[in-house]
Design a protein around this ligand. Sequence first.
Ligand code: FAD
Ligand code: SF4
Ligand code: SF4
Length: 474
Amino acid sequence: MVNLTTKKNPIPEQKPLVRNKNFKEVAFGYSEKTAINEAMRCLQCRTRPCTKGCPVNVRIPDFIAKVAEGDFEAAYQIISETSSLPAVCGRVCPQENQCEGNCVRGIKGESVGIGRLERFVADWHARHSKPEDAPKPAPSNGRKVAIIGSGPAGLACAGDLVKQGFDVTIFEALHKAGGVLVYGIPEFRLPKDIVQREVDKLLAMGVKLVTNAVIGRSISIDELMDEEGFEAVFIASGAGLPQFLNIPGENYLGVYSANEYLTRINLMKAYRDDYDTPFRVAKRVAVVGGGNVAMDAARCAKRMGAEEVYIIYRRSMDELPARKEEVHHAQEEEVIFRLQNNPVQIIGDENGYVQGIECVQMEMGEPDATGRRRPVAKPDSNFVIDCDAVIIAIGTSPNSLIRTTTKGLQANKKGCIDADEKLQTSREGVFAGGDAVTGAATVIKAMGAGKKAAQSIAEYLYAKDNKSNGGTDK
Ligand code: FAD
Ligand code: SF4
Ligand code: SF4
């Protein structure tokens, strides 16, 4: 029986003014009863518009039907056919632009809570699975594949290759695996034990992980292939190089890139008393940018003890690129939005510490060549926001280390590695995907790229065998 309620079942959450002082997860997740009730809102549309909106085509109506029947394990198995990280994606996918944005229930009310159901199913599976249910390592075929980077792209690729018997080694520059999932996205949105669970699963299946290994510095891709016997490489090194505003004052003490700020808090656990990570608590924090990274930095600043936290963004509320839910949560947590404002300089005191940020007000200008109206500064509208820390969250691009140390590896003007539809780069045997190719994007797109790369690498290695056997293999 279909549940015709127009609103999604709400997800229980910590109260805003309690949670903005701790790092525990904001949302608690659905109970079994609520999940079944939400699943019954699904109309089981024959044309499956929701699935078309998902970058990896999760069979959404099928898994939801299983939830409605109370068969949560079957629901998990359906999601796992196409997604390696459902507990992560259920929490952080921008569902409103993807699966839920296409849901027909969204036309006359709220879409089905697809992300919430996916999270529920993944968490249910984690609570109920036994160690003996863990996937077993496949018999090794002895072919060595190197993966550079342990974010969602690298983890998904490793999982699919090891299942086919490849000898997979992940090389990770940091001391912990997980990429942005551990160093960027905060604990209160994505608990780190969920990511660790996925990493442990891969290790149990036989994937090798080498941390503190900066490819291009510790060892190059050419050396991995020519001297260490790796027959294929997947570059999944992300887009972790921060962009700056290039305005006066960016070198004052108290100005951070969001990446550095979030890494100190998330990866190096500056919020915990049992860690001695250096961290200067600021009273008034200005965060420049309007994406997920800016929201995460602002919400972390609140939790680290700032009294006032500002988001400074040059466009309007409707154009904020962050997930709607994150903007809503930031507002509830008393982050102050200063929209249609643009910084022109950072002001410092005589000791070189940040004292304020000077901004101008913006208004919409004439449409440009693309037809989109660009914000322009209003004349004589300068004003100063007093603050003692500024966090820059205006975007990132891929680091140049790998492309400058790998012979014949081509990249575009933005520094993103060139890869074709099979994710093959300009170098034979070298594949690339995720943010390293697309620039900063989403977890699910990176995970999808990792799965595609695994398929292309397997095809490439089998075709290589076929060639060396004179084309006699079937
Ligand atoms: P990454 O996750 O960046 O992983 C790359 C890994 O490669 C890193 O661990 C890095 O240390 C390692 N590496 C880099 N260079 C080398 C080298 N030379 N040698 C060895 N290792 C190397 N997306 C969403 O869908 N929803 C969200 O809510 C969301 N929030 C975000 C919040 C923040 C703060 C940030 C920064 C990003 C967010 N994103 C979000 C984007 C998403 O996390 C990324 O698109 C995704 O993680 C990209 O995956 P990846 O595997 O390509 O790269
Ligand atoms: Fe939606 Fe992401 Fe799940 Fe796809 S993976 S169904 S986009 S939550
Ligand atoms: Fe169910 Fe919405 Fe998908 Fe239709 S579009 S099958 S209602 S989730």
